[in-house]
Write a protein that binds this ligand. Structure first.
Ligand SMILES: Cc1cc2nc3c(=O)[nH]c(=O)nc-3n(C[C@H](O)[C@H](O)[C@H](O)COP(=O)(O)OP(=O)(O)OC[C@H]3O[C@@H](n4cnc5c(N)ncnc54)[C@H](O)[C@@H]3O)c2cc1C
Ligand code: SF4
Length: 476
């Protein structure tokens, strides 16, 4: 804490966004990165609290007060050293993490102006790359143990990185054409530029990790058995790929899509993949309805706007959350309050407490959606129940994106043929070491606890790697 009065004299300032009129015409990243001096100034606001709730709130246990101090003192190399000790990929979390740390910042409680942690994290890692502090560090010796990681999302990548550092030979198998999981194909380019993943992949490969893309594992029982025989341990990091569906009348009409159908295709198109015109999901000139008020829905909003939608409406069945504070989630918890994303600011209407009754079409093509207002009642146990109003409303729409979350990992293929036990929510059941019911098979990330966050996936990948390392040390 180099400047003990900075928190009294300097206000919070975020890195900010490109102007709306400019950014909504392209898919480039919308958020800016701090210049050195801005980052130092904001870092000086950290009070180095006796109990750092920022650290406590971060699933990775990032040591924010320590690296904020290093930044303030202009010691960027040290800031990077501290950051990378706990966070394998600050270039991902610095861009897309909802900054659970900032919600626990004491300056958030006392002045409603927490220290800018996430923006500083992004600035540190970008500075580290540009100054050449980030260099490949392959292990000095190899243990002779071999691990297969199935899935290359943030959980799989973190697990692979940690095991490789311990000297184990790590091979990552990915069913899609490129690594990254939802970082690559789910999260839009305007939130996370995919060169950032390529840059990290090059580093991981130089350090000795092998990646095999277009390599789905599990459907072929014989090949799966061979894998289990050949490797000393296997980490299942396949994500929670089963989307929540809305099985109402008209669901099969042309024009009703899952959110990821849109987002994956747009990310692929941005990467240069050619899509046949009849397969192209484009909102150009269309009236778009996004069902689901969360982050995936917001990504659909931003994507539809960039594609040139005539209008975008986002609806949510839950009531509108409070704007500033929510007594149900007091500090330092993550507040359940109204979130307005950069995509929402680009031009979208939002409505709450609306249920979808049915999709209405003509000749198999979506034309309208019938929605009904709902009122919510809460019983003595805090359980909320919706009550649909009798009077409904018809919305004229051309396209619907279902963004209601993901329920669990895909069972068919890998999990079915592995024969792993599932938990009550159909995720891979794991013990406190993230070990599954099948010998030498571990699980990490969304596959083991359901849809979550990038930061939690990295934390889970690290935890699983540590457990696999302990397990490998027991083998001859
Ligand atoms: C649209 C969208 C936006 C999001 N935005 C954010 C955000 O801004 N911030 C945030 O923190 N979180 C966000 N999330 C959540 C976050 O992306 C996930 O929680 C995180 O990526 C989970 O990591 P994972 O490694 O467990 O799984 P995933 O990222 O899902 O990766 C799993 C990988 O396994 C591969 N795979 C599956 N089956 C097989 C198989 N049989 N063989 C080989 N490979 C297989 C998949 O192709 C995939 O590449 C978002 C999610 C979505 C859908
Ligand atoms: S990973 Fe997320 S919660 Fe942790 S310090 Fe970074 S922004 Fe904060």
């Amino acid at each position: 804490m180099g400047n003990p009065k900075a928190f009294l004299t300097i206000g919070r300032k975020e890195a900010g966004y490109r102007p709306v009129q400019q950014r909504k015409t392209d898919f480039a990243e919308v958020e800016l990165t701090f210049h050195d001096e801005e980052c130092r100034t904001q870092a000086s606001r950290c009070m180095d609290c006796g109990v750092p709730f920022c650290h406590w709130n971060c699933p990775l246990g990032n040591r924010q007060p320590e690296w904020q101090d290093a930044v303030y003192k202009g010691n960027w190399r040290e800031a990077y050293r501290l950051l990378q000790e706990t966070d394998d990929f600050p270039e991902f979390t610095g861009r897309v993490c909802p900054a659970l740390c900032e919600k626990g910042c004491v300056l958030g409680l006392s002045a409603n102006a927490p220290v800018t942690v996430r923006n500083n994290e992004a600035a540190i890692i970008e500075k580290a790359f540009s100054e050449g502090y980030v260099v490949a560090c392959p292990p000095h010796t190899r243990t002779g143990k071999k691990v297969a990681v199935i899935g290359s999302g943030p959980a799989g990548l973190a697990c692979a990185n940690q095991l490789n550092r311990k000297g184990h030979t790590v091979e990552v198998f990915e069913k899609d054409e490129r690594i990254g999981g939802l970082l690559r194909l789910g999260i839009p380019d305007f939130k996370l530029n995919k060169n950032v993943i390529d840059r990290r992949q090059a580093l991981l490969e130089t350090e000795g990790i092998s990646f095999f893309c277009n390599a789905p594992v599990g459907a072929d029982k014989k090949a799966l058995k061979k894998m289990l025989d050949e490797y000393d341990a296997v980490c299942v990091a396949i994500g929670a790929g089963e989307p929540r569906d809305l099985r109402v009348e008209g669901r099969d009409l042309k024009g009703v899509y899952f959110a990821l159908e849109l987002l994956k295709q747009q990310n692929r198109v941005n990467a240069g993949t050619e899509v046949a015109p009849e397969e192209r999901i484009s909102a150009k000139g269309k009236r778009v309805l996004v069902i689901g008020g969360g982050d995936t829905g917001s990504d659909c909003v931003g994507t539809a706007i960039r594609q040139g939608a005539a209008s975008v409406l986002q609806i949510e069945i839950m009531p509108k959350p409070p704007v500033d504070k929510n007594p149900a989630t007091p500090w330092p918890q993550y507040p359940q309050i109204l979130k307005t994303s950069s995509s929402h600011q680009e031009g979208c209407e939002r409505r709450w407490s609306l249920d979808t009754v049915r999709f209405i079409g003509e000749n198999g093509v979506l034309k309208q959606v019938e929605v009904a207002p709902v009122t919510w009642t809460t019983d003595e146990n805090g359980r909320m129940t919706p009550q649909r109003a009798a009077e409904t409303e018809i919305l004229d729409v051309d396209m619907v994106f279902l963004a209601m979350g993901f329920v669990h990992p895909v069972y068919e293929g890998l999990l079915e043929n592995l024969g792993v036990t599932l938990d009550g929510r159909k995720n891979v059941a794991v013990d406190s070491d993230n070990k599954s019911s099948v010998a030498k098979v571990f699980a990490a990330g969304d596959a083991s606890y359901g849809a979550g966050l990038v930061v939690r996936a990295i934390a889970s990948g690290r935890k699983t790697a540590a457990a696999i390392d302990r397990y490998l040390s027991t083998l001859k």
